[in-house]
Write a protein that binds this ligand. Sequence first.
Ligand code: 5GP
Length: 199
Amino acid sequence: MVSGPSGVGKGTVVREVLEKSGNIRLSVSATTREKRAGEVDGLDYHFYSMEEFMQLASSDQMLEYAVYCGNYYGTPAGPIKAWLQSGLDVLLEIEVEGAKQIKEKVKDCVTVFLLPPSLDVLRKRLELRGTEGQERLNLRIRRAMEEIKEASFYNYLVVNDNIFDATADVLSIIRAEKLKTSRIGSFLGEVLKDQSCER
Ligand code: 5GP
């Protein structure tokens, strides 16, 4: 799971990570937020009315959901279960409250928090992005500060000073996590079971 304040560059880092690694699928979230220019329904998000969203949430079809700056966001459960069953890794790009809900359910999930080099840089990036009016931008900055306070809940902190290094950091985390004894211990068992190489 990757979290981080709005404007920190999560989307770009996640896109780069997906491009450079083969076996990872990105969860497409559901949201009640309005579609931004250029966003595609089903690709960037599943855009739902409040009523549709609540129906999915109340029928257990979301792994988690949360409110972020007045809109609902949630992770559809179906695709994730199918991907995990077929041995694929799954990447979620979600905010802090949702990440906590997932951590409760999936204890061995790996959580990464992307930090901006400074709050000033974050504000400038949000202003440059130009997707929010002044009021919403201030709301997102306030929420950013609240989220950064929660960063210590995460397994890893990555500062997104530049995309190249931040992407390399996230890829290293994924690689190291996949080599953890707790994840490949069964392979060790297989090696030890094979005594045929004894002389
Ligand atoms: P944005 O409106 O900028 O696309 O996203 C706002 C926030 O919602 C971001 O922090 C993003 O990571 C988060 N978000 C996106 N999808 C989900 C989701 O499925 N669940 C939760 N809890 N947060 C999400």
